[in-house]
Design a protein around this ligand. Structure first.
Ligand SMILES: Nc1ncnc2c1ncn2[C@@H]1O[C@H](COP(=O)(O)OP(=O)(O)OP(=O)(O)O)[C@@H](O)[C@H]1O
Ligand SMILES: [Mg+2]
Length: 224
């Protein structure tokens, strides 16, 4: 079953030429699909379209359809989308808003209106997953960029979304943290989550069932 699907998506930012056209993307339940492509080709933009952020919160002209478990994302409320799709931004500073790690991770589950106890469990589990339990009360601003990336990932995991969109999740991680995040991704696959990962490094191809390449405004599936 397709968890996430982009059908014939074309896009342009306001007063700009088309960034890409007729893009078809499919991510099935339990699959990790990698998107790669040169800097500035539109990978982050495509993530934002697939997550419903564009055109809902950021302007641009989108044609084509994004389907979440077969439902058109345009017909879903923001609350329903957030419940289903977790997005890890390329820049953790654009994602983290709260003074402490705990507040940051609590925000999503609080918005899902979960019970207090459940929120506590989610925070604990998410921090354990990224091996940062001892940072629960830490001030976010004191963390390194790589640690911020892990906390941003923990905040996404705490939502337990069925679809994960991870935009260059490894960019600032050391070797140990990279292995950890790879294990988290494998585990998410086993749980039946669908993962859309923007990643250019050949080293992480082992995670993927399929690879798409975005280049010159077109997406093609890469034969591995
Ligand atoms: N809000 C915006 N308004 C207008 N143009 C934008 C906006 N955001 C990005 N762009 C432009 O769209 C193009 C694609 O940007 P995007 O960030 O999606 O590329 P990317 O493939 O993710 O790049 P990178 O590999 O550097 O992360 C770039 O030329 C960028 O300057
Ligand atoms: Mg990008």
């Amino acid at each position: 079953m397709n968890a996430l699907e982009g059908r014939r998506i074309s896009f342009s930012y306001p007063r700009a030429n088309a960034l890409f056209s007729e893009v078809n993307i499919q991510v099935q339940v339990g699959e990790c699909v990698i998107l790669r492509g040169p800097s500035g080709c539109g990978k982050t933009t495509l993530c934002q379209i697939l997550a419903g952020i564009i055109p809902r919160s950021l302007p641009g002209e989108v044609r084509g359809d994004v389907l979440l478990f077969g439902e058109n994302i345009g017909s879903l409320s923001l609350a329903r989308i957030v419940e289903k799709v977790g997005v890890l931004f390329q820049d953790p500073d654009a994602q983290l808003f709260f003074p402490t790690v705990e507040d940051e991770i609590a925000f999503g589950p609080e918005n899902l209106c979960l019970a207090r106890e459940e929120i506590g469990c989610r925070i604990e589990q998410a921090l354990e997953a990224v091996q940062m339990s001892e940072y629960r009360l830490a001030k976010t601003e004191t963390l390194s960029y790589g640690q911020k990336q892990l906390i941003a990932l923990a905040a996404v995991l705490a939502l337990e979304p069925r679809v994960l969109i991870l935009d260059e999740a490894f960019s600032q991680l050391d070797t140990a943290s990279t292995q950890l995040v790879k294990e988290i991704i494998r585990n998410q696959k086993r749980l039946g989550r669908a993962i859309f990962l923007v990643e250019n490094s050949e080293e992480h191809l082992d995670l993927a069932e399929r690879v798409y390449e975005l280049q010159g405004g077109r997406v093609q599936e890469v034969v591995l």
